[in-house]
Design a binder for this molecule. Structure first.
Ligand SMILES: *Cc1c(COP(=O)(O)O)cnc(C)c1O
Length: 429
């Protein structure tokens, strides 16, 4: 099986090469050249594992299917077991709505799933050559990647974040790990961090000396494992509609892959904040990526979502076909904050701002389909966004032990000017 660029102008490559490459030479994103359906009876068999909330069995089956020429089922099992040692509960909130809680990993956000499996895939396919994972972050990605690779042998992680511009919790999660994780606090903006990382990847001389790998959300190693948790809905009564809080659209892409290989989800809802280029496209047929706008759901502040290119590739840019599977809804901050308060009051469930957007979109979708039941993906623990959640619900959100620990540990980030020579010196050392 080969992996091909969404833009079709790069040679097809193996999964291993795509895993280490990041983007394709033509600027596109790698996708499987075809998606084979699961063998008959697989989804029924996984329904038992789903009832037991056994993500390891599910991830082994789905991962081994998607990567069948590249990794054996026992190797996949070992890797998934090591990566996903946390629960993925399905919690009923109303008679027609369930929350699929994806935030019980070490950084309390769903990015742990993709990042932790990716880390172990990279390690599985290296032969002991030291590897440097270089990543720029505005907060959440960096903490998930840093935690995911912490103490993974032969891997060194270098995270660049804008000094003073990430939350206290996010900084603690990146800068308090030590060992093979280095946090560089760049004296500049997130865009400066991204530009520095881009320049390092374009520096051929540097790359002859240091084996660099990206770890952003467009990497297949992060994208594919996200299909696993959708299969924890196998056999559930709530599979009519699944609402996905979307920013870069990796999560939704993984859901569409799950459906394509056989998970019977009737349709998806792409839920966004006011960065609504995709919902607008679904309604009007015009796709206009825009600069991002800051919102209370900041992990979804993406005006030009990169994985949308993958969604288009899955549907051969056929808008009518895409509309059959995906609806789009968008919400402003005031509505989101009011809904956090209201859901807490009416149902005793505490939403973070990202999950609240998915909840809102699910409710709007269920109005259109009075007989349907649905799931919204809860992507972050409310404590991670307590400065928004606590005033909304009028009470404190207790910190889970992982967060409390991270906040207590000493920080060891290195402050660095936003200059390439400084980064290069560091990477070569
Ligand atoms: C990254 C993130 C999202 C958006 O996911 P995409 O795959 O980029 O669409 C939603 N919620 C939270 C909490 C996130 O960290």
């Amino acid at each position: 099986m080969k992996w091909v660029s969404t833009r079709g102008a790069s040679p097809p490559i193996s999964f291993v090469d795509a895993l280490f490459a990041g983007t394709a030479p033509d600027g596109g994103l790698y996708m499987p050249e075809r998606l084979d359906p699961l063998p008959p009876g697989t989804v029924e068999r996984l329904a038992g594992a789903a009832r037991a909330r056994d993500i390891v069995t599910i991830g082994t089956t789905i991962g081994a299917h998607l990567l069948k020429d590249e990794i054996t089922e026992p190797a996949m099992h070992a890797l998934v077991k090591d990566a996903l040692g946390f629960p993925v509960p399905l919690v009923q909130v109303t008679d027609r709505s369930w929350a699929l809680e994806l935030f019980h990993g070490p950084t309390l956000a769903f990015k742990d799933v993709g990042a932790r499996v990716q880390a172990r895939l990279l390690h599985h396919f290296t032969d002991g050559t030291p590897l440097t994972i270089l990543v720029a972050t505005s907060g959440d990605t960096g903490s998930a990647v840093a935690q995911a690779f912490h103490r993974v042998p032969d891997a060194r992680v270098v995270v660049l974040y804008p000094e003073g511009k990430v939350s206290d919790v996010q900084e603690a999660q990146m800068a308090s790990l030590g060992d093979n994780i280095t946090a560089l606090a760049v004296q500049g903006t997130f865009d400066d961090c991204q530009a520095l990382v881009k320049r390092a990847f374009a520096d051929d001389d540097l790359r002859r000396h240091v084996w660099l790998t990206p770890a952003n959300s467009i990497n297949l190693g992060r994208l594919l494992p996200q299909a696993f948790y959708y299969f924890t809905l196998a056999g559930s009564p709530a599979c009519d509609v699944v609402s996905v809080p979307s920013g870069n659209f990796g999560n939704l892409t993984a859901g569409l892959i799950a459906k394509r290989i056989g998970l019977p989800i009737r349709h998806f809802v792409a839920a966004t904040n006011v960065n609504d280029s995709v919902p607008v496209y679904l309604k009007s047929g015009h796709y206009e990526p825009r600069p991002s706008i800051t919102t209370v759901a900041n992990a979804m502040d993406v005006g030009a979502p990169s994985n949308f290119e993958r969604v288009q590739a899955l549907y051969h840019s056929d808008l009518a076909a895409l509309r059959k599977d995906v609806d789009g809804y968008a919400y402003g901050d005031a509505r989101v904050v009011a809904e956090i308060a209201s859901v807490h009051r009416r149902h005793g469930y505490v939403l973070d701002p990202h999950s609240a957007i998915a909840w809102l979109a699910l409710q709007d979708a269920l109005v259109q389909e009075p007989d349907a039941r649905g799931v919204f993906l809860a992507t972050a623990h409310p404590a991670k966004f307590r400065e928004i959640v606590e005033p909304a619900i009028g009470q404190p959100v207790p910190l889970p032990p992982e967060l409390a620990d991270a906040l207590r540990r000493p920080r060891q980030s290195i402050s660095m000017p936003a200059e390439y020579s400084a980064l290069e010196r560091f990477l070569r050392s």
